[in-house]
Design a protein around this ligand. Structure first.
Ligand code: NAD
Ligand code: LMR
Length: 332
C-alpha cells in the first residue's frame, strides 16, 4: 500500500477550501492510487465551522481519504507535511488592490515559513494562494532557509486559465485547445498575460493564437486588461472573491507539479533564477516545464518584443516594491 501523502490546507474553513477539499481528497490532484492524510488548519474562532467541513468530507466516503486532522495548532498542522496549500489569509473587498492586504497577511506567511522550516519535511512543496500571493510566497521562502527555495511557488494558474478561456471563447473552441499562454510577473493588475507564443487548435489544425484571432489591438488591449482585472470583476459581481475557479486552478497547479507537463508549459510564480532579466529570488510568474519527478525549469530562449519587455519590467517593479514593503512590515 502506498504511504499516504500528508497534505496541509490552511484557511480550511474558508470559501476556497470548501471548493478545493473534495477534489484533493478524491484523487484528482495527486492521482487515483495515492492515499491522502488531509491536515486542515484554521484559526480558533473557525473550529466550529471546520467541524462541519470535516463531517461533510467524512460523508463523501472517499476511498483515498486515509485520515482528516482538523486543528488550530500550527505545531500539529505543519508536522511532517509533504505538501502545503497556503490559502488562509484575508481576501480583498471591492475597491482594494491585492497589495492592500500586505499589512494584514504578510505576518501569517512569516510565521508559516518558520513552521515549514522547523516542522515540515525538507521535500515539502508549497503553493501560496493567500494574497498578495507572490510576495507572501517570497516571505515564507525567506523564513524557511532549510527548504529548497524552488519548493516555494505561488498561484498564477487562475490567471492562465482566465486567459485561455478568453481566447477559447473568442475563437469558438474549448480552453483545452489553447496551449502555452504565459502569465508573467505578479498575480495583480500589473501581470502580463502573453499569447505571443500560444497556440490554438481549430478543427485539428494547430496555429498561433495571433494568426487565428487576427486582431492585434484586441490581443494587446482588452484581452490583457480583462485578464488583469478579472478578480476585481468577480468581486464586484459576487461581493466575494473567486473561489470555485481558484480551487480549480490550485488543483491544476498541483496536479501538473506532481505529474509533469509533457508537451506544453504552464505558468507558476517561482523564485527567479535571473531568467529574462528578472531579479534573482523574486517570486515571479514564468512559463515552466515540469518533469514527472516534480522538478521544473523556466522555459528559456523565448523572443521578447519591446511591448512585452515593457510589461514584464512594470510588473517586476511592482513586485520589488511589494517585497521591500513586506520585509519592512515583517521586521516591525
Ligand atoms: P475566506 O475568508 O473565505 O477564507 C479564509 C480562511 O482563512 C478563513 O477561514 C480564515 O479564518 C482563515 N485564516 C485566516 N488567518 C489564518 C491563519 N493564520 N491560519 C489559518 N487560517 C487562517 O477567503 P478565501 O476566499 O478562501 O480566500 C483566501 C485567500 O486567497 C485570500 O487572501 C484571497 O485574496 C486569496 N485568493 C487568491 C487567489 C489566487 O489566484 N492567488 C484566488 C482567489 C483568492
Ligand atoms: C482572484 O484573482 O480572483 C483572487 O486573487 C481574488 C482577488 O482578490 O482578486
Amino acid at each position: 500500500m502506498t504511504e499516504p501523502l500528508r497534505v496541509l490546507v490552511t484557511g480550511a474553513a474558508g470559501q476556497i477550501a470548501y471548493s478545493l477539499l473534495y477534489s484533493v481528497a478524491k484523487g484528482d490532484v495527486f492521482g487515483h492510487n495515492q492515499p491522502i492524510s488531509l491536515v486542515l488548519l484554521d484559526i480558533d474562532f473557525m473550529m466550529g465551522v471546520l467541524q462541519g467541513v470535516v463531517m461533510e468530507l467524512r460523508d463523501c466516503a472517499l476511498p483515498l481519504l486515509h485520515e482528516i486532522i482538523p486543528t488550530a495548532d500550527k505545531n500539529v498542522a505543519f508536522k511532517d507535511i509533504d505538501v502545503a496549500i497556503l490559502v488562509g489569509a484575508m481576501p480583498r473587498r471591492e475597491g482594494m488592490e491585492r497589495k492592500d492586504l500586505l499589512k494584514a497577511n504578510v505576518k501569517i506567511f512569516r510565521e508559516q515559513g518558520e513552521c515549514l522550516n522547523t516542522l515540515a519535511k525538507k521535500s515539502v512543496r508549497v503553493v501560496v494562494v493567500g494574497n498578495p500571493a507572490n510576495t507572501n510566497a517570497y516571505v515564507a521562502k525567506t523564513f524557511a532557509p532549510t527548504i529548497p527555495p524552488e519548493n516555494f511557488t505561488c498561484l498564477t494558474r487562475l490567471d492562465q486559465n482566465r486567459a485561455a478561456a478568453q481566447i477559447a471563447q473568442r475563437v469558438g473552441v474549448t480552453s483545452q485547445d489553447v496551449k502555452n499562454v504565459i502569465i508573467w510577473g505578479n498575480h495583480s493588475s500589473t501581470q502580463f498575460p502573453d499569447v505571443s507564443h500560444a497556440t490554438v487548435t481549430v478543427n485539428g489544425a494547430k496555429s498561433s493564437v495571433k494568426d487565428v484571432v487576427k486582431n492585434d489591438s484586441w490581443l494587446q488591449g482588452d484581452f490583457i486588461s480583462t485578464v488583469q482585472k478579472r478578480g476585481a470583476a468577480v468581486i464586484a459581481a459576487r461581493k466575494l472573491s473567486s473561489a470555485m475557479s481558484a480551487a480549480k486552478a490550485i488543483c491544476d497547479h498541483l496536479r501538473d507539479w506532481w505529474t509533469g507537463t509533457a508537451d506544453h508549459w504552464v505558468s507558476m510564480g517561482v523564485p527567479s533564477d535571473g531568467s529574462y532579466g528578472i531579479e534573482k529570488g523574486l517570486i515571479y510568474s514564468f512559463p515552466v516545464a515540469i518533469k514527472p519527478d516534480h522538478s521544473y525549469s523556466i522555459v528559456q530562449g523565448l523572443p521578447i518584443s519591446d511591448f512585452a519587455r515593457e510589461k514584464m519590467d512594470a510588473t517586476q517593479r511592482e513586485l520589488v516594491e511589494e517585497k521591500n514593503d513586506a520585509m519592512q512590515t515583517v521586521q516591525d
